[in-house]
Design a protein around this ligand. Structure first.
Ligand SMILES: *Cc1c(COP(=O)(O)O)cnc(C)c1O
Length: 432
């Protein structure tokens, strides 16, 4: 498969190059040259296939022979080595729980797949590969766990000291081995500025291959299709589902739309958002007008200019009628989000996190306008990640899942630095 830049001013590349570099030299996002079709046989036999078989079938056309069969199978099965159940919430709504991975969020899936692809390609690169990321919390944890112990790759994470939650800090700083945490005495913007400067530092990049492993990387975006098909495998209703996705950068929903364009039956997609409403406004006005991000309860969706929305448009060849037939978008306030967490807990004994609650509101609203339809939400984070809101609203303590408990008592290891590029460079040269 070849990938082109959505800025149309860079050469086409293969999967390996798109994965290693993340972004095209013209700063565009990579997009596959064509959208493959699932075979009828694959869709009919879904219930008989394993997660690994489904994943390999979905991703194979995007990689072709750049990764041999046995390696791809291993990569997919290591990516999907935790349960992804579709559980009923009420008569019409199910929840696809994507939060049973190591950092309790759906980003684990994309991060695990990308890390293993990079690990595979690392063998073909002479320089040491260093993944350099700035994080305000969640992404860093998923990347750190995704790359943990992957041979040939080191990860350096910059995070703002005192500005991530205690659980998040543990996820960033306790792994050790090839994961290195730099605790910056500054804010997230300082971390991001330092990372950006490193990428332009010729002296540094002479010795190491720096990559950002960020959320626009095709190796993070494409494997998110897996769980849409894993949900379809568990969907035992006569009609195709309506799917509601809590959206921030729109990578997750874009993977679902891609699976649908490849032939997966889906009735409709709802992009549920918080008060960062650039996309609902786009559907109303046909104008895409980004705004600065506003802080909300569902903070992983606080995005004012969603980077993957351009891919969503590309899937529909930028046809507004085509896109609005398949997808709609609705925004919800924090107050509505809190009320939804309470209502769903009281009425159905199901605990939503704030992101899942926004998705629930979106689906519930759509189904009320379209009686007779059924669907599921993507539950993107474990409610235990948001105890201060969820436990307050439900009045119930949420136990920390067993598989993450060891992290909570592990020793924090970080290197404290000033928000100064020279200190980042010194740290990197002492590490490598
Ligand atoms: C990142 C994130 C989202 C938003 O996903 P996008 O792909 O950016 O739209 C939603 N929920 C949670 C918990 C997240 O971490």
């Amino acid at each position: 498969m070849q990938y082109y830049s959505l800025n149309h001013n860079a050469p086409d590349v293969d999967f390996k190059t798109a994965t290693l570099y993340g972004q095209a030299p013209d700063k565009g996002l990579y997009f596959p040259k064509y959208i493959p079709r699932f075979s009828e046989k694959f869709l009919q036999n879904l219930s008989t296939l394993s997660s690994e078989e489904i994943g390999v079938e979905v991703i194979r056309p995007y990689i072709e022979n750049e990764i041999p069969e046995a390696d791809l199978k291993r990569i997919v099965s290591e990516t999907l080595n935790f349960p992804i159940p579709l559980v009923p919430v009420n008569d019409n709504i199910w929840s696809l729980e994507l939060y049973h991975g190591p950092t309790l969020a759906f980003k684990d899936i994309g991060a695990r797949f990308m890390s293993r692809c990079l690990g595979y390609f690392a063998k073909q690169i002479e320089k040491r590969i260093v993944v350099l990321v700035a994080t305000s919390g969640d992404t860093g944890g998923a990347v750190a766990h995704g790359f943990y112990d992957v041979p040939g790759i080191d990860v350096v994470i910059l995070y703002p000291s005192g500005k991530v939650s205690p659980v998040q800090e543990k996820q960033l700083t306790t792994l050790g081995k090839n994961i290195h945490a730099l605790e910056v005495k500054g804010n997230f913007d300082d971390c991001q500025r330092m990372v950006k400067q490193a990428f332009t530092d010729k002296e540094l990049t002479e010795n190491i291959f720096l990559t950002s492993a960020n959320s626009i990387n095709v190796a993070r975006w494409l494997p998110q299709q897996f769980y849409y098909l894993l949900a379809l495998k568990q969907w035992n209703q006569a009609q195709p589902p309506v799917i509601s996705v809590p959206s921030g950068n729109f990578g997750n929903i874009c993977a679902g739309l891609l699976a649908n364009a490849s032939g997966m039956p889906v009735d409709h997609f709802v992009a549920a958002v918080n008060m960062n409403d650039v996309v609902p406004r786009y559907f109303e006005t046909k104008r895409y007008e980004p705004l600065p991000a506003k802080a909300t309860l569902s903070n992983a969706m606080d995005v004012g200019d969603p980077s993957n929305f351009i891919r969503v448009r590309e899937i529909f060849h930028d046809s507004f009628p085509g896109l609005s037939e398949k997808m709609s978008s609705e925004k919800f306030t924090d107050q509505q989000t809190e009320a939804a967490i309470e209502k769903v807990y009281q009425a159905f004994h199901y605990t939503l996190d704030p992101h899942g609650a926004v998705a629930f509101l979106g689906l519930d609203s759509y189904l009320k306008k379209h009686p007779g339809k059924k669907g599921f939400i993507l539950e993107t984070a474990h409610p235990v990640k948001f105890p201060e809101s969820v436990e307050r609203i439900t009045g119930t303590k949420i136990p920390i899942p067993e598989h993450v408990q060891p992290i909570m008592s592990a020793q924090k290891k970080s290197i404290l630095i000033d928000p100064d590029y020279v200190q980042l460079k010194q740290s990197l040269s002492s590490l490598f």
